[in-house]
Design a protein around this ligand. Structure first.
Ligand code: NDP
Ligand code: 8X3
Length: 252
């Protein structure tokens, strides 16, 4: 059987771009996300175009019981996951700590940290049994730096950075690779989600410079995954040329 990649947050942005690129490379795919209609469209298109098998899992990574259930009830041959891309994540709001919305904080912590952990626990268990596998954790420049009003989102991405290192240590005896990919600004649905549907505010984030696109990050992930067995990329920080730090951007 061809290799299998499980991608969380595969319904848009970086996850969707990874689905396309891994399909092109002949991987079978497990695509997880909440918006079933989008997953369905992507799955149908890729299965058709690349003659691969695609399983959709409509699920919320925050729902621990359901994540365990949907993963553990996959057919045995689908549990031979070679690559897990922990990509599902989001930011909500951009406010100083005293004005932050605590529901937004819960959403970010539950998705970016706890959701990543729930999926990783199950899938790393399969990888330990197989004695092979590669986990890609999508961090951020926000996991390397903290910027004004980014408080809780930055904290969640710093946690991803710590978990990436912890996973690599814990899974070392089992021959499992662990890599973090830390993007700077990528134009996806990210800012629309951060600003809760305010498309004009989201668009302003990318005004006057050329941001990364999701494909740029998918290609970096593929580079990490396609290294020979004795090489692990521990992490990669990838920025638009016009962005030097989280907040230093050269705009026209
Ligand atoms: P998008 O908003 O386009 O994609 C986010 C994906 O995550 C969607 O497929 C969404 O699917 C999924 N998702 C969100 N919440 C959940 C949930 N509770 N359960 C399951 N899936 C969920 O943004 P990006 O592609 O940009 O984001 C992907 C990752 O990249 C995130 O972790 C983000 O933090 C990170 N990142 C993004 C950067 C950027 O500038 N865009 C920079 C650095 C890091 P659905 O809504 O269907 O559930
Ligand atoms: C997303 C990019 O600009 O919020 O992680 O740091 S940013």
């Amino acid at each position: 059987m061809a290799k299998i990649a499980l991608i969380t947050g595969a319904s848009s942005g970086i996850g969707e771009a990874c689905a396309h690129l891994f399909a092109q490379q002949g991987y079978h795919l497990i695509l997880l996300g909440r918006r079933e209609n989008l997953l369905e469209k992507i799955a149908h298109h890729l299965a058709d175009k690349y003659a691969i098998e695609v399983k959709k899992i409509q699920a919320d990574v925050r729902d621990k019981e359901n994540i365990n259930y949907v993963l553990e009830t996959l057919p045995a041959n689908w549990k031979n996951v070679d690559v897990l891309i922990n990509n599902a994540g989001l930011s909500q709001g951009l406010d100083p700590i005293d004005k932050g919305n605590t529901d937004d904080w819960d959403t970010m912590i539950d998705t970016n940290i706890k959701g990543l952990l729930y999926v990783s626990k199950v899938v790393s268990g399969w990888m330990v049994e197989q004695k092979k596998g590669h986990i890609i954790n999508i961090g951020s420049i926000a996991g390397k730096e903290v910027y004004a009003n980014g408080n809780v989102y930055c904290a969640t991405k710093h946690a991803v950075e710590a978990l990436n290192q912890g996973m690599r240590i814990d899974l070392l005896p089992h021959g499992i690779k662990v890599t973090a990919i830390h993007p700077g600004m990528v134009e996806t649905e990210f800012s629309i989600v951060r600003f809760k549907g305010d498309e004009s505010r989201a668009k302003k984030v990318y005004d006057g410079f050329e941001p990364l696109i999701a494909q740029d990050i998918a290609e970096a992930i593929w580079f990490a995954v396609s290294r020979p067995p004795h090489v692990n990329i521990n992490d990669m920080l990838i920025m638009p040329t016009a962005q030097a730090t989280a907040t230093t951007v050269k705009r026209d």
